[in-house]
Ligand binder design. Structure first.
Ligand code: EPZ
Length: 420
C-alpha cells in the first residue's frame, strides 16, 4: 500500500486548483440511470470513488465514456440491463446506495446490496427506504440486499425526513422526479451538492421547486431527457486546503473555489484568524497572525460540515488557546485523534466532544490513516509539523482527493508518495 512522506515546516504559497465536488459527482452519475438519453457531466474529479461509480453503472448496462481525453467530461447513457447493484461493488463505496431510487423510478424494481457500515459509523439507510416506501415502493430486506419493487410505478407523496439526511434526500428527489403526481420532501438536506443535483434534474426535464431550501416540491414527469451539466467545485477540498494554508502559516489562491458554498467554514476560519476572501479566479486564504481556538459543532448545511471536522482539528492543534470540537453527525469520527496526539497534539475526547489544547508545534511521526477525511488531516498535520511524517494506508485518501501531493508540492510542500 502506498505511503506518503512529508517533511513539514514549509508555509504553503501559490495556487491550488479545486476540482469538481466528489459528493456532487456521485449522485449526478446515479442520475444517469434516470434517462435513456445521454447525460454529459463536465468538471468531473478524477477520483477512485468516481471510477467505482462508473463501474457500478456499467454493470447496470449504462455506457460511461470519457468525452474529453483528460476524462473530466463523462457521457452516461443507454438501456439498463440489470437492476442489481452487487455487494462486491457496494461494499467498496456506500454511495452506491444512490442507484436505488433511480433504478426503482426507471425500471420499477431494484436489488441493491445494503452498504455495510464504515469506519466512521453504522450509517444505516432506513430513511432512504422509508421515503421510497412512502412513494409506493414495496421493500424487503433479504440476504443483505434491498429488494424494492414498484410494479405500477411510484406515486408522489408528502415525505418528512426526521433528519436532514443527504443521501436520503438525493434518493427520494431522484425517484420523485419520475413518480406520478406531486412529492413534497420536507426537512430536506440543503448541502450545495443537492442543489447541484436538482439543477441537473431540471436540465433533464424534471420539475422541482424550492431548490436550496429544506422543502423540495417535485412534480413527477413521464420521462427525463439528456443534458450537459457542470459539476460544482468541491467545498470540502476547498476547506481542506484552506486549513493547510492556515496551519502552515502560508497564503494560497484556491482556484475555482466558491465562497458562497463554504457555509459556516468561512466564518469559523475567520474567527480563528484566517483571512478568507473572494479573489479573481477563486478564494484567497492566508493566516493573518496567530491562530485562535474556536469552538465548533458539526451540523447539516449551512452549519459546519462533519467532513471538515478532522481538518479543522489540526488547525486548532496549533492555535493559541483551546477549542471544543463536537461531532453531532457520525458516531465514530474521532479516529484521527490518537494519531494527532502521537504527533504531539493535546486532544482529549469526551463522548461526542473533543477538547483541543493548542501547542507551539507538532512533531512528525509515522501515522495510520483510517478514513478519507482522517487521512487528509494527517497530511495537514505533517505539513505543519517539525520533522518527517509518513502517512500509511493512503488508499483512503485517493477516494476523495485528486493529486493531493502534486497540488501541495506546487505550493512548496516537501511531500512525496512512496509506492507500496
Ligand atoms: C453524505 O453521506 C456524504 N457522502 C458524507 O461524506 C457526509 O459526511 C454526509 O453526507 C454528511 O454531510 C456523500 O455525499 C457521498 P447522511 P450520507 O445521510 O448521505 C444518519 C465524505 O467524507 N442516517 O446525511 O451517508 C447517518 O448514520 C463522506 O465525503 C440514518 O440514520 O450522510 C449519519 O449519522 C463521509 N439513516 C447521519 O444520518 C439514514 O437512512 C448523516 O447521514 C441515513 C443517514
Amino acid at each position: 500500500m502506498d505511503r506518503i512522506l512529508i517533511r513539514g515546516g514549509q508555509p504553503l504559497h501559490g495556487e491550488i486548483p479545486i476540482g469538481g465536488a466528489k459528493n456532487a459527482a456521485l449522485p449526478l452519475m446515479a442520475a444517469g440511470l434516470l434517462t435513456a438519453e445521454r447525460l454529459v457531466l463536465t468538471n468531473v474529479p478524477l477520483l477512485a470513488d468516481v471510477h467505482t461509480m462508473a463501474a457500478l453503472l456499467r454493470q447496470h448496462g449504462i455506457a460511461v465514456e470519457p468525452v474529453t481525453n483528460d476524462g473530466r467530461s463523462l457521457s452516461l447513457g443507454g438501456a439498463i440491463g440489470s437492476v442489481e447493484a452487487p455487494y462486491d461493488i457496494v461494499r467498496k463505496m456506500r454511495a452506491s446506495i444512490l442507484v436505488l431510487g433511480p433504478l426503482l423510478a426507471r425500471m420499477g424494481e431494484a436489488r441493491v446490496s445494503l452498504p455495510g457500515g464504515c469506519a466512521i459509523g453504522t450509517r444505516p439507510v432506513d430513511l432512504h427506504l422509508k421515503g421510497l416506501e412512502q412513494l409506493g415502493a414495496v421493500i424487503r430486506l433479504e440476504a443483505g440486499y434491498v429488494h424494492a419493487a414498484a410494479p405500477r410505478g411510484l406515486a408522489g407523496a408528502k415525505v418528512v425526513l426526521p433528519f436532514a439526511s443527504v443521501g436520503a434526500t438525493e434518493n427520494i428527489l431522484m425517484a420523485a422526479s419520475l413518480a406520478r403526481g406531486t412529492t413534497v420532501l420536507a426537512n430536506a438536506a440543503r448541502e450545495p451538492e443537492i442543489g447541484d443535483l436538482a439543477l441537473c434534474l431540471v436540465a433533464m426535464g424534471a420539475r422541482i421547486e424550492g431548490i436550496g431550501t429544506d422543502q423540495l416540491t417535485i412534480e413527477g414527469v413521464a420521462a427525463l431527457h439528456g443534458a450537459t451539466h457542470p459539476i460544482i467545485p468541491d467545498r470540502i477540498e476547498t476547506g481542506t486546503y484552506a486549513c493547510a494554508a492556515a496551519a502552515t502559516g502560508g497564503a494560497v489562491l484556491l482556484k475555482g473555489a466558491r465562497l458562497d458554498h463554504l457555509g459556516a467554514v468561512a466564518r469559523i476560519l475567520r474567527e480563528a484568524g484566517v483571512e478568507v476572501e473572494d479573489a479573481p479566479g477563486g478564494l484567497a486564504v492566508r493566516r493573518l497572525n496567530g491562530l485562535h481556538g474556536v469552538d465548533v459543532m458539526t451540523e447539516p448545511y449551512p452549519g459546519f460540515p462533519t467532513d471538515m471536522q478532522a481538518q479543522f482539528m489540526v488547525l486548532m492543534s496549533v492555535a493559541d488557546g483551546a477549542a471544543m470540537v463536537t461531532e453531532t453527525i457520525f458516531e465514530n469520527r474521532f479516529m484521527h485523534v490518537p494519531e494527532l496526539n502521537r504527533m504531539g497534539a493535546r486532544i482529549n475526547v469526551h463522548g461526542a466532544s473533543a477538547i483541543v489544547r493548542g501547542v507551539a508545534s507538532l512533531s512528525g511521526a509515522p501515522v495510520m490513516a483510517t478514513d478519507l477525511r482522517a487521512s487528509v488531516s494527517l497530511i495537514l498535520a505533517g505539513l505543519a509539523a517539525r520533522g518527517e511524517t509518513v502517512v500509511n494506508r493512503v488508499y483512503h485518501l485517493d477516494r476523495g482527493y485528486e493529486a493531493v501531493e502534486q497540488k501541495l508540492a506546487a505550493c512548496g510542500a516537501e511531500i512525496e508518495r512512496i509506492p507500496g
